[in-house]
Design a protein around this ligand. Structure first.
Ligand code: NAI
Ligand code: OAA
Length: 344
C-alpha cells in the first residue's frame, strides 16, 4: 500500500516492518477521532492519520471546518472511511471511537506562556472530555491541547467525576519534546537524529521539561555552556516556533508529525505488539509522594493502554537539579487543572 509505505518512511521509520505485515492483513478495525481537526495541527494530523494503515476509520470534528478537511483528506487513495462533523454532531463523531486525539483549543502568541492558554482551553477540553465520558468512555484519549500539564488532569478529573476514569487510557502528548531533543542533539553531534534519541521526562512547558542527556551515549560528553544551551533549547523549543510564526500560532507541522507517531504507538499497543515503549504524560506513581501524580516518563503500551510506567533511571547531578526545578511548577499546574474541574 503506497500511502502506508510513505507513512512508514516519514512518520514511523522504526516500524516499517510492522506496517508491511499489517497493511496486507488489515484485520483489526480502529476508528480514530480528531477533535479540533480543522486547526493548524488538526489538518496535517488528519492527513498523517489517514495514511496510517492501522486507522480504518477517521472521524474529524471541529466547531469549524471539519467537513472540508474530511472531504479533502478523503481523496487520498487509501482504504478507510473519513467523515467530518460540525459542532452539533460531536456525539456522532465520538461514537465507536477507540482512540481520540485532542488538538482543540487556542495556541500561543509571542509573549504568552502555555499557562496563559488555561482560561480558554480548560473549558474546551473539559467539555470534550464530558462528551467522551458519555459516548465513548472506553476510548484512549490523547491530549495535545495546552497547557498539557493542566489539560491532562482536567480530562482525568472530568472522567473521574463521571465514574469512568481509567488511568491507563489518558495520555498527554509530549512526543514533540522528544523529537526536538533528538533533532537538536543531532545538530551538535552531526549524527542522524535516530542515533541521538534523548529521554525527556517531567511535563510539557519550560522548566517542567527535563531532558536526560546523561542517558544518551552521544550526549554524554556535552558539558558547560554547550550543555546549558541545549537544555534551554529543548525546554523552550516551542518558543522558537511561536517567535518565528510571529503571531500566527505555534508548532503545527512538527506537532502533527509527533502526534501521528504517538498515535501509531498507541495503535500498536492496542494490536498487542510487544515492547512499545514511548514517553507520555500520564497518571503516575513516580513522584506522587511529592504531590505530583501526573508525570511524563517512558511508558509501555498494550491492548489496555499503559501497561507499565518506567522509572526515570539514573540521573546526573545536573539532572537532579532540573528535576528539582520541575516538580514544584508541575505540581501547581496539575493542581490548577484539578481545581478547575472540582469547582465546576
Ligand atoms: N502538546 C504539544 O506538544 C503541543 C500542543 N499544542 C497545542 O495544541 C492546541 C491547538 O493548536 P493549533 O492547532 O495550532 O491551534 P488552531 O487554532 O490552529 O486550531 C485549534 C482548532 O481547535 C478548534 N476548536 C476550538 N474549540 C473547539 C471545540 N470546543 N471543539 C472542537 N474544536 C475546537 C478550532 O476551531 C481550531 O480549528 C493549542 O492549545 C496548542 O497550544 C501545540 C503544539 C504542541
Ligand atoms: O509552544 C507552544 O505553545 C506549543 C507547544 O506546546 C510546543 O511547540 O511545544
Amino acid at each position: 500500500m503506497f500511502a502506508g509505505r510513505i507513512f512508514a518512511r516519514l512518520v514511523a521509520p522504526a516500524f516499517v516492518s510492522q506496517f508491511r505485515t499489517f497493511s496486507s492483513s488489515a484485520a483489526r478495525q480502529t476508528k480514530v477521532a480528531v477533535l479540533g481537526a480543522g486547526g493548524g495541527i488538526g489538518q496535517p494530523l488528519s492527513l498523517l492519520l489517514k495514511m496510517d494503515p492501522f486507522v480504518s476509520s477517521l472521524s474529524l470534528y471541529d466547531i469549524r471546518g471539519a467537513p472540508g478537511v474530511a472531504a479533502d483528506v478523503s481523496h487520498i487513495d487509501v482504504t478507510g472511511a473519513v467523515r467530518g462533523y460540525t459542532a452539533d454532531h460531536l456525539d456522532e463523531a465520538l461514537d465507536g471511537a477507540e482512540v481520540i486525539v485532542i488538538p482543540a483549543g487556542v495556541p500561543r502568541k509571542p509573549g504568552m506562556t502555555r499557562d496563559d492558554l488555561f482560561n480558554t482551553n480548560a473549558s474546551i477540553v473539559r467539555d470534550l472530555a464530558s462528551a467522551i465520558a458519555r459516548v465513548s468512555p472506553q476510548a484512549h484519549i490523547l491530549v495535545i491541547s495546552n497547557p498539557v500539564n493542566s489539560t491532562v488532569p482536567i480530562v482525568a478529573a472530568t472522567l473521574e467525576k463521571a465514574g469512568v476514569f481509567d488511568p491507563r487510557r489518558v495520555f498527554g502528548v509530549t512526543s514533540l519534546d522528544v523529537s526536538r531533543a533528538a533533532r537538536f542533539l543531532s545538530e551538535i553531534t552531526a549524527k542522524d537524529p535516530k542515533e541521538s534519541v534523548v529521554t525527556v521526562v517531567g511535563g510539557h512547558s519550560g522548566v517542567t521539561i527535563v531532558p536526560l542527556l546523561s542517558q544518551s551515549p552521544s550526549a554524554k560528553d556535552i558539558s558547560g555552556e554547550a550543555y546549558e544551551k541545549i537544555i534551554h533549547r529543548i525546554q523552550f523549543g516551542g518558543d522558537e516556533v511561536v517567535k518565528a510564526k510571529d503571531g500566527a500560532g505555534s508548532a503545527t507541522l512538527s506537532m502533527a508529525y509527533a502526534g501521528a507517531r504517538f498515535t501509531h504507538a498507541v495503535l500498536r499497543g492496542l494490536r498487542g505488539h510487544k515492547n512499545v515503549i514511548t514517553p507520555s504524560f500520564v497518571k503516575s506513581p513516580l513522584f506522587a509522594d511529592q504531590g505530583v501524580d501526573f508525570f511524563s516518563s517512558k511508558v509501555e503500551l498494550g491492548p489496555n493502554g499503559v501497561e507499565k510506567i518506567h522509572p526515570v533511571g539514573d540521573l546526573s547531578a545536573e539532572e537532579e537539579k532540573l528535576l528539582a526545578a520541575c516538580l514544584p511548577d508541575l505540581k501547581k499546574n496539575i493542581e490548577k487543572g484539578k481545581a478547575f474541574v472540582a469547582q465546576a
